[in-house]
Write a protein that binds this ligand. Sequence first.
Ligand code: SF4
Length: 371
Amino acid sequence: MGKRTHMLEQLVGDSQSLDRALAGEELSYKDGLELMNYDNLHLLGAVADNTRKKLVGDTVSFASSYYMNYTNVCAASCQMCAFYRKEGADDAYTLTPQEIEQRVGIAKQMGATEVHIVGGFHPTLPLEYYEDMMRAIKKSHPQLNIKALTAAEIYFLSKLTKNSTKEILSRLKAAGLDSMPGGGAELFHPDIRGKIVRGKCTGQQWLDVIEEAHNMDIKSNVTMLYGHIEKPEHIVDHLIKIRELQKKTNGFLTLIPLKFSLDNTELEQEHLVNNECSSVYDLKIIALSRLMLANVVNNISVYWVAYGKKLAQVALSNGGNDLVGTAFSEEIYKSAGKTTSSSVEELATMVKEIGRVPVQRSTHFDTLKKF
Ligand code: SF4
């Protein structure tokens, strides 16, 4: 047993859950709730950091990503979203295949190894639009990993086009889809999901689609939207559902906890949420994610775009081991007033500043470059 683990063992005496976490045991729903309500953040963070070190060492990874939102037109109207527009709105847009190709060319010039493509639920774009988009990207940039369309978009497309989700996934895979982003997961629990999304698939439908994708060898990320009107049990439920699916498919590459961004959302306008959550809560979420998913999903991403670089550094010391990526051109967070891009060198500096080892990774977490 390491000296650090031994020291922590002396300290966590009052918490059976932390004791179990330190021993590397799988945490139960009850443990998760206890830790959500545990008020010694320093100790919680230290145990999560210790677990991170044991499972993935001192490396902090990030990808060089180009983010592209092909349309902001959306048939849904989620209460947590500042991005969507209705068709015909002055600032509604949909990229043409030529515009997409042009942007992907810029992405390649910027050194991106993956293109992250998501959008609204466009009510009329046919499946061929997406297939053509992927074929065009693969034709001109075959090495670029196409990480496109959330499970929620796939579900919407299946309803719109009257094809099964399996059929949609297999056609998109044939056209060039390599992997999927983790968006649209939000929180799976029906008691909270209905209050933050409107017109989006259920949590179970999201899980079913992503299971199909994993079974077709399309790996994905998974997100968790927190910091709005959720209760501790919704967070714990979400993490356990991720853990259970991962045991079946091993298809999740990383969990990306997403901090709810308040500005210009219905939740703000209706005064249901008046402030973004505290940094203390951010750190608790990162630590809990690490501990609940330990040994099953071993990458916990810190989305620096939402945190800012300084808090992101602290989150990396509370269980995180990945920074997602450079996020060139990230329109969704921009809609809610956040700054969004950084070079791989800047991210590497940020990692070195906290004494960890930066590594540029591929979408599938293979090492591409050491600094
Ligand atoms: S979160 Fe996605 S599905 Fe919901 S309104 Fe925004 S763009 Fe549409």
